[in-house]
Design a protein around this ligand. Structure first.
Ligand SMILES: C[S@@+](CC[C@H](N)C(=O)[O-])C[C@H]1O[C@@H](n2cnc3c(N)ncnc32)[C@H](O)[C@@H]1O
Length: 266
């Protein structure tokens, strides 16, 4: 019997062997065991892959997230805090142009923003500077280790307009009717419960608020990121419009990512 598993390295075909099969196919069994061990090492987040993406946690936080029920998209495993250095790599400036991305959001001083899946805070600090002391940023993540890295960064940068939020896989734990903008940078594709999260985010936006996703362009094979960590515009639109949002605009000014701007559907 054969099956496919998703892990940090690639889509690895693993043959599941019955005891009788092991007896008749010993040389092949050795090869397959090596493949399986490599696959498990990747799934355990041991292999940070510089050219194709960061280490990921084994099968999400609470289990293999599977596929999206509306689009059939394979949901990515959650990026591990063990790979947090990858989020702060210097090349990110030229690959992602974060200042241009934040400028494209058109945030006013005093705005209230959520950075959901904030990681080590690469975007949080840029958002905090942008909204200024009269504004607020809620930086939320499911991994306490990421929030701890973020806390250290905020202290280093002396920013006091950021609140840290420990999210759960099925609840971002953001307050209702609070946000002018909710941002997810390289996060949506790894939400294990995307439909549930979107329903909560809808309730957390102020009237007139926006939900913005930055996602690596799946349409572009030259973007060197594993396919399950990319999104196409069509996939994002299908999934978010099924949950009460409508696509307002796609900004294509970044080198590798879409800026997908959604609003609550009327
Ligand atoms: C690829 S990292 C991106 C981090 C950050 N946005 C950045 O661009 O540097 C994805 C982050 O999303 C977080 N995450 C995944 N699922 C989440 C969920 N359901 N709620 C909150 N955070 C989540 C992960 O823990 C991880 O820190």
């Amino acid at each position: 019997m054969s099956t496919f598993r998703h892990d940090g390295l690639a889509r690895v075909k693993v043959r599941v062997m019955t005891p009788s099969r092991i007896r008749v196919a010993r040389p092949r069994a050795v090869t397959l065991a090596i493949v399986a061990v490599l696959g498990l090492a990747g799934a355990a987040g041991l292999g940070a892959l510089a050219t194709t993406g960061p280490a990921v946690l084994p099968q999400g936080i609470t289990g293999n997230p599977g596929v999206h029920p509306v689009s059939g998209r394979t949901i990515a495993n959650v990026m591990s805090h063990a790979g947090a250095d990858w989020l702060d790599r210097p090349e990110r400036e030229s690959e992602e142009r974060p200042d241009r991305a934040v400028a494209a959001l058109g945030l006013e001083p005093g705005a209230v923003v959520a950075d959901l899946g904030a990681g080590s805070g690469y975007f949080t600090v840029r958002l905090a500077r942008r909204v200024g002391p009269s504004g607020r940023v809620f930086a939320a993540d499911i991994q306490p280790e990421m929030l701890s890295l973020l806390r250290t960064r905020l202290e280093r940068e002396a920013l006091s307009n950021v609140e840290l939020v420990q999210s759960a896989e099925d609840d971002p734990r953001l307050p209702p009717r609070t946000f002018d903008l909710i941002l997810m940078v390289d996060v949506y594709h790894e939400l294990a419960r995307p439909q549930l999260i979107l329903s909560k985010l809808l309730a957390s936006l102020k009237p007139g608020g926006r939900l913005v996703l930055l996602e690596y362009r799946k349409e572009d094979p030259a973007v060197p990121i594993r396919p399950e960590h990319k999104m196409s515009v069509a996939e994002a639109r299908l999934e978010l419009e099924a949950e009460g949002f409508q696509l307002d605009r796609v900004d294509s000014s970044l080198p590798r990512q879409h800026i997908l701007i959604f609003r609550p559907a009327r």
